[in-house]
Design a protein around this ligand. Structure first.
Ligand SMILES: Nc1ncnc2c1ncn2[C@@H]1O[C@H](COP(=O)(O)OP(=O)(O)OP(=O)(O)O)[C@@H](O)[C@H]1O
Ligand SMILES: [Mg+2]
Length: 210
């Protein structure tokens, strides 16, 4: 079993959206997948409530129970756990990073967003886990990504080559309890998620085994 944590202390950067879409991609790839929802606001759990399917499993837990729940997931022959982090809480980010094999750190490209992301990188680095920064809500045109990369270049962080655009399909899908690839399979948002899923698999399993 592998564990991915999606963490950012900045709110509203797309953690839950990525967690749900990646979990659906993983299920479609034949992997038994569970989301551990660490957010007291329980957004991922609400998403499952409006979803007309039993998968992926979404379990709302407190970070103090993470190691116990990860063991339980292993015992239940889960293939992939995706931890959906909570904004602000540094202790949650720290605990989730400790439990993870790999961490995705989503950030918007605006300068204050990238600056606040530095705290998350620091928490993840403290536990020595591999991570990638992924740019979300990327506007269709402009130099924002270059500026954001410039802000973090001294950190030597892995920057995910897949970026996630600012697209209505994400929130439209979410409000129906769907992932974008279910909502609009031929759309750009679905393509981004499929590419991100492949990138995550390379990071998690190596380039050959998926
Ligand atoms: N790439 C995107 N383009 C447009 N809207 C998006 C995108 N990603 C997410 N959204 C929408 O933005 C809102 C915030 O996204 P989401 O809940 O995934 O962020 P979050 O980081 O989990 O927030 P929180 O910190 O509150 O947990 C949601 O309404 C979601 O549907
Ligand atoms: Mg969230």
């Amino acid at each position: 079993m592998k564990t991915v944590a999606i963490l950012s202390q900045k709110g509203g950067v797309g953690k839950t959206t990525l967690a749900t879409c990646l979990a659906v991609a993983s299920e479609a790839d034949g992997k038994k997948t569970a989301i551990f929802d660490l957010d007291p606001q329980a957004t991922a759990s609400f998403w499952l409530d409006v979803r007309n399917k039993e998968t992926p499993a979404v379990i709302s837990i407190q970070s103090i129970r993470l190691s116990h729940m990860i063991k339980a997931a292993k015992d239940a022959e889960t293939d992939l756990v995706i931890i959906d982090g909570a904004a602000v809480a540094r202790d949650i980010a720290y605990e989730a990073a400790k439990a993870a094999d790999y961490v995705l750190i989503p950030t918007k490209t605006a300068v204050f967003d990238t600056m606040s992301m530095l705290n998350t990188i620091e928490a993840v680095r403290q536990v020595g886990k591999p991570f990638s920064v992924i740019f979300t809500f990327v506007p269709p045109l402009g130099y924002e990504i270059d500026d954001a990369k410039e802000t973090i270049k001294h950190l030597n962080a892995d920057i995910c080559p897949v970026t996630i655009g600012n697209r209505k399909a994400f929130f439209r899908a979410q409000s129906e309890g769907k992932a974008v690839q279910e909502f609009d399979p031929a759309g750009k948002a679905a393509e981004e998620i499929n590419n991100l899923y492949m990138y995550m698999c390379i990071k998690l399993y190596d380039s050959k085994e998926k």
